[in-house]
Write a protein that binds this ligand. Structure first.
Ligand SMILES: [Zn+2]
Length: 360
């Protein structure tokens, strides 16, 4: 598949959606997303539910009306944040068979998060791509936990599908609903989850679970298992990933949609992606070793008097208009413009990466 049709227009694949967690690109602007050639943003259901609240967002025209962003908007289910908090401390709530009970202040106040609620919130946001509620696991969790996760993910997926169909009936332009493939590091469970979700029917499938093991290694083998369990004629979405070399490796095994905080976060930490000379090509980004870029640490003293751009191969606002010395200076004096320029640059690196990976 080369293009994903969404209510906000077509999205060229492979696509990278930067994270606009609270409805904004931190230290950047939606203009940088457009200029980078990126066609969508990921926004966070749970965070937006807490601030400013789904009802308020709906009353202001959904996330498109509220934020003024006109590209495709993907929202997660909100379940991952609840899962992470409860995993960290059971006082935050519990995952029941029919719903997630959440105690935001670990006390008396109690929220019940159901698959139906998960869909209703994403409809209030007016998202283009919505995620079904799943139960996340860690690859090192015992098999009983993985089995329960698949069971709940499928049952919740069914309920999300039914609620989605009910709510989408009133809309002229129908959003897309993605299911999530769980199953930990067990190939049979991954396959079982994929087959059962396929029977329910979704517009795309996300990789569920943690992609790192206890030692922090990136588990491409697990991502491959999940990709094998997803239909080839649907979008395969590597949720929350990743680094440029990870994305390049994941495109090779069939994934075509990505979102991650990495490029904007690295920019705020003065780390700028630069192409290794001559490797900003379709062949370059397909190198087996994934070494087609390097970080430029703009605060290094060598950049203090450097007249040249951060990356001569880049056409972003920073590289076209300013020197390394200027950006170095802006970071030194803590001017917020430094963060903005660095963010625009890293987003453009990802935009270019996706263009090159999409080349035949
Ligand atoms: Zn640049």
């Amino acid at each position: 598949m080369k293009v994903l049709e969404t209510p906000s227009g077509p999205v060229r694949l492979p696509a990278f959606f930067p994270d606009a967690t609270y409805g904004a690109i931190r230290a950047g602007a939606f203009e940088d997303v457009y200029a980078a050639g990126l066609m969508g943003c990921e926004m966070n259901s749970y965070h937006l539910m807490t601030k400013p609240g789904a009802k308020l967002v709906k009353s202001l025209g959904g996330l498109h009306g509220f934020t003024g962003y006109s590209g495709a908007i993907l929202t997660d289910s909100g379940g991952f944040q609840l899962y992470s908090l409860i995993r960290e401390n059971p006082e935050y709530g519990e995952i029941r068979d029919k719903e997630i009970i959440f105690r935001p202040d670990r006390g008396r106040e109690k929220l019940t998060f159901t698959p139906e609620k998960c869909m209703q919130v994403q409809f209030q946001y007016g998202s283009d791509i919505m995620m079904a509620l799943d139960m996340c696991t860690h690859p090192d969790d015992p098999i009983e936990v993985q089995r329960r996760s698949v069971e709940l993910t499928v049952k919740w997926g069914e309920r999300c599908r039914a609620e989605f169909d009910k709510l989408a009936k009133r809309l002229d332009k129908k959003p897309l609903l993605f299911g999530i493939v769980q199953g930990g590091s067990d190939p049979q469970l991954r396959m079982e989850c994929g087959r059962r979700l396929e029977a329910i029917g979704f517009d795309g499938y996300g990789f569920g679970g943690w992609p790192l093991d206890a030692e922090g290694n990136f588990r491409l083998d697990i991502l491959r298992m999940a990709a094998d369990a997803m239909l080839d004629n649907k979008v395969k979405y590597a949720m929350g990933l990743g680094r440029p070399e990870e994305i390049a490796a994941l495109v090779k095994i069939g994934y075509s949609l990505f979102d991650c905080v990495i490029p904007t976060r690295e920019a705020r930490h003065q780390r700028l992606y630069t192409w290794l000379p001559g490797l900003d090509t379709p062949e370059g980004v397909r190198r087996e070793d994934g070494k087609f870029y390097r970080f430029l640490y703009i605060l290094d003293d060598e950049h203090r008097r450097e007249d040249g751009p951060v990356d001569p191969a880049c056409d972003c606002a920073l590289c076209k208009n300013h020197s390394r010395a200027y950006l170095h200076h802006l970071f030194k004096v803590n001017d917020p413009y430094a963060l903005h320029l660095a963010t625009a640059h890293n987003l453009r690196f990802y935009g270019r990466l996706m263009e090159l990976l999409g080349h035949e």
